[in-house]
Design a protein around this ligand. Structure first.
Ligand code: DCP
Ligand code: MG
Length: 423
C-alpha cells in the first residue's frame, strides 16, 4: 500500500471510455480481459479420475513421451521435453498414466467450462471464448461495468443522457485496492505511490470475478487453474502463465512495459510457432524490447510472404545450443508428433475429409535448411505412432543427403491441403 499518495484532480479516463465497456468495445482502455488456463491439465484429469493426492508426482504418457506433467513431478525436474526413461531417473516414484484417447479430457474440459459459466451473469453480460482444450478467454468488460455502476454512484453521471462523452471522469473515491492473494506485476516506484485510477479498479473487480470462477471449478470438480487479468488478450494470456499453479496475476496498464521487458516474444500468441522462430532467426533476438526497435516496414519486408504459411499444422523448435545427435532429434520428432496429433484430434480433422495428405520435416544446419516430405498412407489410421515413424524416415532421408549436425532448428508440418476449407 502507498505510504504517501498523490491526489489526482480528475481521472485519466473519459465518460466514453467507461460507457464503451458496456458494449465490449476494444477501443476502451478500461476493458477487462481474463485468460484462465488449467494447471497440468491432462495430469489433473488423471489425478481427479484416480483420486491421486496433489503431492504425488504424476505424468501422462503417450508412447515414450510425456504430454502432461503435474506440479509435484515438475519439482523433480520432470518436463514434457524428456522421455519416460529420463523422467524415471529424476523421479523414481513417478506415477505414469498411459493415455489412449483424448475423449475423457474433452469431456472434462466441457464440464469445467460449464462450471465457470455458473458464476457469471447470463449473456449479453457474459462473453466467454474457448481458446483450447484447457483455456478460455473471458471478456469481463460489461459485467465489470455493471458492478462499477452499482459500487460507485459517481459514475452514473457518465451514463446520463446529455453527458459529454469526452469529459474526464471524476477521480475514484478510494485510495487503496485489496488485491487479496493475487500476484501483481510491480510498478515503478513513482507509479506505485499514485492513487488507483478507474483502470485499476476495473481490473480489481475483474480479479474478484476470476477468483470466484476458479474457486467454483475447484469446489465443484476439484481442478486448479491459473488466471491472468489485464486489458487485452495477449497480456492476460501471458499473465495466466506467470505464476502457475493455482494463482492469478494482474497486469495493470501502468505495469505493461515492465512486465513485457523480460518476456521472450516466442511465448506470445501467434509467435510460438514457425512465425516466431522465423522472426527470432531473422532478427537474431527473442527479446520483445529489441524487436520493438525494429520498424514495422522492415519487419514486413524481411518476413515477406512466408508468414502466410503459419496456417499449416506445424510444430517447430529452435535449438540454442544446437543439438548434435540423432537420438536428440528423434526425441523432438516424438514431441512434434504428439503436438500435431493432439491438434488434429482437437480440431476434428481426422474425422472427416480434411485428413492431411503429406508430412514434411525441415532441418536446419548452419545457414541451410533442408526438407523432405512423404505421402501419408491413405488406408491406414493416422495416429501419433504413424507420425513418429514418418518423421523418423524423413530424418533418415535428410541425413543421407548431407550434414545435419550441429542442428539449429527442426520442424514437422502437415502442409495445408489446397482443397480443404479450413486448415
Ligand atoms: N498437450 C499435449 N501435447 C503437447 C502440449 C499439450 O498433448 N505438446 C495437452 C496436455 C496438456 C494440455 O494439452 O495437459 C494443455 O496444455 P498446456 O500447454 O496448457 O499445458 P498443461 O495444462 O499440461 O500445463 P500448464 O500448467 O503449464 O498449463
Ligand atoms: Mg494448461
Amino acid at each position: 500500500m502507498a505510504t504517501s499518495s498523490q491526489q489526482m484532480e480528475t481521472s485519466a479516463f473519459t465518460h466514453r471510455h467507461f460507457t464503451q465497456m458496456a458494449a465490449f468495445s476494444s477501443g476502451t482502455p478500461l476493458r477487462v480481459i481474463a485468460h484462465v488456463d488449467l494447471d497440468a491439465f491432462y495430469a489433473q484429469c488423471e489425478m481427479v479420475r484416480l483420486g491421486v493426492p496433489e503431492d504425488v508426482p504424476l505424468a501422462v504418457q503417450q508412447w515414450q513421451s510425456l504430454i502432461a506433467v503435474n506440479y509435484a513431478a515438475r519439482k523433480f525436474g520432470v518436463t514434457r521435453q524428456i522421455n519416460i526413461t529420463e523422467a524415471r531417473k529424476l523421479c523414481p516414484q513417478l506415477v505414469a498414466q498411459h493415455v489412449a484417447t483424448w475423449h475423457p479430457y474433452r469431456f472434462e474440459s466441457r464440464k469445467i467450462l460449464a462450471a465457470m459459466k455458473e458464476v457469471l451473469p447470463p449473456p449479453p453480460l457474459q462473453r466467454v471464448e474457448k481458446a483450447g482444450i484447457d483455456e478460455v478467454f473471458l471478456d469481463l468488460s460489461a459485467q465489470v461495468h455493471s458492478i462499477m455502476l452499482v459500487s460507485f454512484p459517481v459514475l452514473s453521471a457518465a451514463m446520463a443522457p446529455g453527458a459529454d462523452p469526452s469529459a474526464r471522469l471524476p477521480p475514484p473515491p478510494i485510495t487503496a485496492l485489496d488485491w487479496k492473494s493475487d500476484h501483481l506485476v510491480d510498478l515503478d516506484e513513482a507509479e506505485e505511490i499514485k492513487d488507483p485510477d478507474w483502470d485499476d479498479i476495473a481490473l480489481s473487480i475483474g480479479a474478484d470475478i476470476i477468483r470466484e470462477v476458479r474457486a467454483r471449478v475447484r469446489e465443484k470438480l476439484n481442478y486448479t487453474c491459473s488466471g491472468g487479468i489485464s486489458h487485452n488478450k495477449l497480456l492476460s494470456k501471458l499473465g495466466s502463465a506467470q505464476n502457475k499453479p493455482n494463482k492469478q496475476t494482474v497486469i495493470r496498464g501502468r505495469a505493461v512495459a515492465r512486465f513485457l521487458a523480460p518476456i521472450k516474444f516466442t511465448k506470445m500468441r501467434n509467435l510460438g510457432g514457425k512465425l516466431g522462430d522465423q522472426v527470432a532467426l531473422e532478427f537474431d533476438t527473442e527479446d520483445i524490447n529489441q524487436l520493438l526497435t525494429v520498424p514495422l516496414s522492415s519487419l514486413k519486408s524481411r518476413l515477406g510472404q512466408e508468414t502466410g504459411l503459419i496456417k499449416s499444422m506445424l510444430s517447430a523448435k529452435s535449438f540454442r545450443p544446437p543439438i548434435h545427435t540423432r537420438a536428440q532429434a528423434e526425441q523432438w520428432i516424438k514431441i512434434f508428433a504428439a503436438d500435431i496429433f493432439s491438434r488434429l484430434v482437437e480440431e476434428g480433422i481426422l474425422e472427416n475429409r480434411r485428413r492431411p495428405k503429406t508430412v514434411s520435416l525441415h532441418v536446419r544446419h548452419n545457414n541451410l535448411t533442408r526438407s523432405r516430405q512423404i505421402q501419408i498412407p491413405p488406408a491406414r489410421p493416422l495416429d501419433e505412432f504413424a507420425l513418429v515413424n514418418m518423421g523418423s524416415s524423413l530424418l533418415t532421408q535428410i541425413m543421407s543427403e548431407g550434414e545435419v549436425w550441429p542442428c539449429l532448428h527442426m520442424n514437422m508440418s502437415l502442409p495445408r491441403d489446397p482443397r480443404a476449407r479450413i486448415y
